[in-house]
Ligand binder design. Structure first.
Ligand SMILES: [Zn+2]
Length: 325
């Protein structure tokens, strides 16, 4: 049972994902005291999603033995366009009916009875790795979140670099001029080659054109409606040629895109996270490191390449860091 003093500086963290909403309550040392998760609603609008977020956080608080209103505050890592000062989120395309601007921080603050801060999901996960995970030994790093898309976060000289609010979009670095169509609508972006969604679209196209692959059979066999990172992993383990080819290409493009970012920023470390990044782990981090090699300008002093170490609560813990104690 947590003691009273252990939760006097307790903070909440919510990681608003496209499929699930993990939440945590951490103590003053950022140690997780309670956690809970809920599925992300697939219909409705921002208020339905926010209500689910509030419920999940309430459960995490209960598990930690603290009232939500007694928390110093709650941080939220959100996809879409996030305005941290206004506490609003718009254009969250993976969430139901969430195109317009919604005052998420105010809505949650009223519901939970404590202050709420909103930040970019990838940036808060990067900061969690920086303060508490694989990035601890370094003062400057970039986080690469390799999953459905390819997201990035930046920490320079110990401080987050947000630019004018949209920094870190490494997935939309051009790795091939006039290349493949990206989910963002532009051409030749890194995400068009390495994002799970784009790789799935390419695999489907090749399969429909007569190319043999077990990817879609595995998907059906495991009752999935999309090629999850687990399905890709199984296909690769079985020696599926198309899967291997698409992953080889993704790794080459990640190498080019990340090396270009390193040439610009000269950071000490690159932290590889995200659904695919964490699942594929060390062997793929090594492959990405090798693919970066030929593109590094200062090739005598390459950055360290590490796998994110906080697992799937990293985003929620990172969000709790938005609350200053
Ligand atoms: Zn793009």
């Amino acid at each position: 049972m947590p003691t009273k003093t252990s939760t006097t500086k307790a903070r909440g963290g919510i990681d608003l994902g496209g499929t699930k909403i993990p939440t945590v309550v951490v103590d003053g040392r950022s140690k997780v005291r309670g956690e809970a998760r809920r599925p992300t609603p697939t219909s409705g609008g921002p208020e339905n999603v926010a209500a689910q977020m509030a419920e999940a956080l309430r459960e995490a608080a209960e598990a930690a033995g603290v009232e939500p209103g007694a928390l110093v505050g709650v941080g939220v890592g959100s996809p879409g366009e996030v305005d941290g000062h206004a506490g609003t989120v718009s254009q969250a395309k993976n969430l139901p009916g969430w195109a317009e601007t919604f005052a998420l921080a105010d809505w949650l603050a009223k519901k939970l009875g404590t202050a709420v801060k909103v930040g970019n999901d990838v940036q808060v996960a990067t900061e969690a790795e920086f303060h508490l995970g694989a990035g601890r030994p370094y003062t400057s790093l970039i986080g690469i979140f390799w999953g459905t898309g390819v997201g990035g976060g930046i920490v320079l000289d110990g401080k987050p670099w947000l630019g004018r609010g949209s920094a870190g979009e490494i997935g939309h670095t051009v790795v091939k001029e006039g290349g493949a169509r990206c989910p963002c609508g532009r051409r030749g972006c890194l995400e068009a080659y390495a994002g799970r969604a784009a790789m799935e679209a390419k695999a489907r196209e090749e399969n429909q054109a007569g190319r043999k692959t077990d990817l879609f059979k595995l998907m059906k066999k495991h009752g999935r409606d999309r090629l999850t990172s687990g399905i890709w992993e199984r296909a690769l383990a079985k020696g599926d040629e198309l899967a291997a080819e698409l992953f080889d290409r993704a790794v080459r493009m990640l190498g080019a895109g990340i090396a270009s970012a390193v040439n610009l920023l000269d950071v000490e470390a690159v932290i590889i996270g995200g659904g695919i990044g964490v699942r594929m782990g060390e062997p793929y981090a090594k492959r990405i490191e090798d693919a970066m090699g030929p593109h590094l300008f200062s090739d005598a002093s390459p950055p360290a390449v590490r796998v994110a170490s906080l697992g799937d609560l990293g985003g929620a813990v990172g969000a709790s860091l938005l609350v200053k104690t």
